[in-house]
Design a protein. Structure first.
Length: 211
């Protein structure tokens, strides 16, 4: 006697704000998970090709096509697709769409719905749509706690271009939020005269660095 294989777990879209659980009518045949990084070109005069600097990682993007069919029930398929499309709407309390959890088997993806494109492919005689393909795109949602010091974000070194009349104290106030920290910038850039800077020169400072 042949052993029956276990069924694939039903895909769900869960609204984590209201705890509403929206099962898809049919599991997607495939889903695509995209991931990448952002790099910025650093413009340095005289180089044939500028070097690139890592900026940040990109949020993962989950895309898929969901199939809906209500022909046998002779009912409007939008009653099913509309539950997912409604997740694009903003909530009165947060003024933003809800945070979601897409699950299918062991795969779980915390996200927000970015796009939902409906394509209707079958209709009843009265024009009621009874079959639809819903192309959805979810962006990963990540909780980020940003540490601040002296009113500025703690982050990587910042490049500042000196303008006419600026002093190191002015730059410290702008980049570090405290003009009295001018010596940090002067020492890091080997500046001998903090009151006489050359316009157009590049100054490096670690925004939010330790005092």
């Amino acid at each position: 006697m042949a052993t029956e294989l276990p069924r694939l777990a039903k895909a769900l879209v869960i609204n984590t704000v209201t705890n509403e659980r929206i099962p898809v009518m049919y599991n997607p045949e495939e889903y695509r998970l995209e991931q990448g990084n952002d790099f910025a070109e650093v413009g340095i005069p005289g180089l044939n090709a500028p070097p690139v600097q890592y900026v940040r990682g990109k949020a993962r993007v989950l895309t898929m096509d969901l199939f809906f069919d209500s022909y046998e029930a002779r009912s409007d398929v939008r009653a099913h697709t509309g539950r997912i499309v409604a997740l694009l709407q903003t909530l009165p309390r947060t003024h933003a769409p809800p945070i979601l959890l897409f699950t299918m088997g062991q795969f779980a993806f915390r996200c927000v719905l970015v796009d939902a494109g409906q394509r209707f492919t079958m209709f009843l005689r009265d024009g009621t749509p009874v079959r639809s393909v819903l192309a959805v795109r979810f962006h990963e949602y990540v909780d980020v706690e940003v540490e601040t010091q002296h009113g500025l974000f703690v982050g990587p070194p910042t490049l500042h271009t000196v303008t006419a009349g600026q002093t190191v104290s002015d730059i410290a106030a702008q980049l570090l939020g405290d003009p009295t920290r001018w010596r940090e910038i002067a020492d890091a850039n080997q500046i001998e005269n903090p009151f006489k800077l050359k316009p157009g020169a590049s100054i490096v400072a670690k925004a939010g660095g330790g005092a």
